[in-house]
Design a protein around this ligand. Structure first.
Ligand SMILES: Cc1ncc(C[n+]2csc(CCOP(=O)(O)OP(=O)(O)O)c2C)c(N)n1
Length: 325
């Protein structure tokens, strides 16, 4: 498959957008500006970007507790995300969701989710509703390798397959579920072979190669959109930091520095950046400019979040039950 240069530049830009955001919020979290807990996806950026570049704004997305990258790749804006992380009224969920609970229907983000595997059955239901309404939308659902060992995984994939629902399930296999390495919890090497149990295509792909992710997702998204039913994609990747931002020694307790360094060598951004510069598709200077622009946008987002008010006490009771009035 030939990927045009414009798309390749977009891939780099979108990955830088996620990396810049997460590096900044990590700083802010440790400086005490962001309350609650936070799970970073640094090193995993090729997965959301490779998948979401195949989606339309009207398509839907569900995600896990590690969802900043997914929301950004689906069109999320720094300022509303930052305000949400700060717990402010102007955030995507009025400051009541925080890092693990972003939702914005306008950009098709139906929810990131603190329950491991929690998005999988919802995605099957969303796929059912798309089919029921005879619409041509697609739903993608991101979750970790740990979530692929939950009962919800079986229920959700089976239900979506029986209904031939337009859902693309994406396992972000970052090698660990908290501190448990996957060799202690998986009985198969390629998690994608589980797709056979649900009679859907399953593919394992290098999740640090954004072009490979893009191409694999393209096939699955087009198939789902044209009525072919769901698919399962396993993206092999790695999280550079600890399970959550406050984890002791940033995750060095259960894994070695050598292991982390070897994955940093395979950084998806470095890889694409070097290839695009070598191919005269973008210049070093243009990449620097992009990075500076993201830094400036982040400063504006922080300012917006800091100046925004906290939700009113009465907001505690809003969005809990449907207002029938
Ligand atoms: C149903 C449920 N069980 C346990 C937890 C605690 N928990 C939070 S994250 C996590 C590990 C998830 O691993 P994985 O699905 O691989 O995602 P990753 O954190 O690696 O992105 C666990 C067990 C939870 N949030 N929900």
């Amino acid at each position: 498959m030939q990927i045009d240069n414009e798309t390749k530049i977009r891939m780099l830009k979108e990955m830088l957008k996620i990396r810049s955001f997460e590096e900044k919020i990590q700083e802010l979290y440790h400086a005490g500006y962001i309350p609650g807990s936070m799970h970073l996806s640094t090193g995993q950026e090729a997965v959301p970007v490779g998948v979401c570049l195949n989606l339309l704004k009207s398509d839907y997305l569900l995600s896990s507790h590690r969802g900043h990258g997914h929301v950004l790749a689906k069109g999320g804006e720094y300022k509303y995300m930052m305000a949400e992380l700060y717990g402010k009224k102007t955030g995507y969920c009025g400051g009541k969701g925080g890092s693990m609970h972003f939702a914005n229907v306008k950009i098709g983000v139906l929810g990131t989710n603190g329950i491991v595997g929690g998005g999988i059955c919802i995605a099957a239901g969303v796929g059912f509703s798309i089919k029921y309404q005879k619409s041509e939308k697609v739903t993608v659902c991101f979750f970790g390798d740990g979530a692929a060992n939950t009962g919800a995984f079986h229920e959700g994939l089976n239900f979506a397959a029986v209904l031939k629902a337009p859902v693309v399930f994406i396992i972000e296999n970052n090698q660990y579920a908290i501190s448990v390495p996957r060799k202690l919890s998986d009985c198969v090497e390629d998690l994608s072979i589980r797709a056979a149990g649900y009679n859907m295509p399953g593919v394992t792909v290098d999740g640090n190669d954004v072009m490979a992710v893009y191409e694999t997702a393209k096939t699955a998204v087009e198939r789902a959109r044209s009525g072919g039913g769901p698919a399962l994609i396993e993206c092999r990747t790695y999280r550079w930091h600890g399970h959550h931002a406050g984890e002791p020694k940033d995750g060095l307790v259960y894994r070695s520095q050598e292991e982390i360094d070897s994955w940093k060598e395979k950084c998806p951004i470095k890889r694409l950046r070097e290839a695009l510069i070598a191919g005269n598709i973008i210049t070093e200077k243009e990449v620097d400019t992009l990075e500076k622009e993201f830094q400036q946008e982040l400063e504006r987002a922080i300012d917006f979040a800091e100046k925004s008010p906290y939700p009113d006490a009465e907001a505690l009771y809003e969005n809990v039950y449907i207002d029938e009035g």
